[in-house]
Ligand binder design. Structure first.
Ligand SMILES: [Zn+2]
Ligand SMILES: [Zn+2]
Length: 254
């Protein structure tokens, strides 16, 4: 399994980091933040995407969907597309795309878009596609889901945005790569708690408890990113396996 980080910014875009989006192999996206369309073009994988999983409907996590759909319309895409996301993903996507004034609104596409909206329940939800996809509801300012993606014995788990939660520990159980948001440094735990985010120590504890093989931190809030990077050695005392802080276009093979 190949994991490519298309966007790793936390909440605010920076000159080097696009909004969150992770490419699995060449066909599945975990989140679709602004910037992913151009990165997919650079990687020559834009036409092979068939499934997009959205964690939640905060702008940084799904704003890229509209430039991507715009591209698919004007490049005459014909392959169907599946979008998995929280409740209201379909209505929100249709509404925003329609406001972009493509002639015919959401009927402009030469392919079908299948929406698979997750249910607002605490149980783990599961889909069988080319991948085995499991989702669990997280603890964030709005309804948000984490995803676990498995193929041929390889597993990656992505948190989306969340406070530390046992639901995520359960979902990430023994995964090869655990990709987790780490928006605020430990010192700003009050901010993390107020806004529904995690700190490096929170993340390391979840990775340890889930017995993951490798931890990747993403979604560092730019103002505090240096502090989070600095804490890497400290959190190794909690999670003693490999810890990576991802930049855009980092690729991991597992
Ligand atoms: Zn976010
Ligand atoms: Zn969010």
């Amino acid at each position: 399994m190949k994991i490519t980080f298309l966007g790793t910014a936390g909440s605010l875009m920076t000159e080097n980091k696009s909004f969150p989006s992770i490419l699995i192999n060449d066909d599945l996206l975990l989140d679709c933040g602004e910037g992913c369309t151009q990165k997919l073009l650079q990687l020559k994988t834009i036409d092979t995407i068939n499934t997009i999983c959205i964690s939640h409907l905060h702008g940084d996590h799904f704003s890229g969907l509209f430039s991507l759909l715009w591209y698919y319309w004007l490049s005459n895409r014909t392959a169907d597309l599946t979008i998995i996301g929280p409740p209201q993903t379909k209505a929100t996507t249709e509404k925003i795309f329609t406001l972009m004034n493509a002639p015919g609104g959401f009927k402009v596409f030469n392919f079908k878009i299948y929406f698979n909206e997750l249910t607002d329940i605490n149980d783990i939800q599961e889909f069988k596609r080319d991948y085995r996809i499991k989702c669990a509801k997280m603890d964030h300012a709005i309804i948000s889901f984490a995803y676990r993606v498995e193929k041929m014995g390889k597993t990656v788990c992505y948190s989306g945005d969340t406070k530390p939660t046992q639901q995520l520990v359960k979902l990430a159980d023994k995964c090869n790569v655990f990709i987790c948001e780490s928006t605020f440094p430990d010192k700003y735990i009050k901010f993390a708690d107020d806004y529904g985010h995690s700190t490096p120590s929170d993340v390391a504890k979840m990775a340890r408890d889930a017995n993951c093989q490798k931890l990747v931190l993403v979604h560092l809030y730019p103002l505090f990113a240096k502090k989070v990077v600095k804490s890497k050695n400290k959190i190794k005392e909690i999670f003693d396996k490999e810890i990576i802080i991802a930049d855009d276009l980092l690729t991991l093979e597992i």
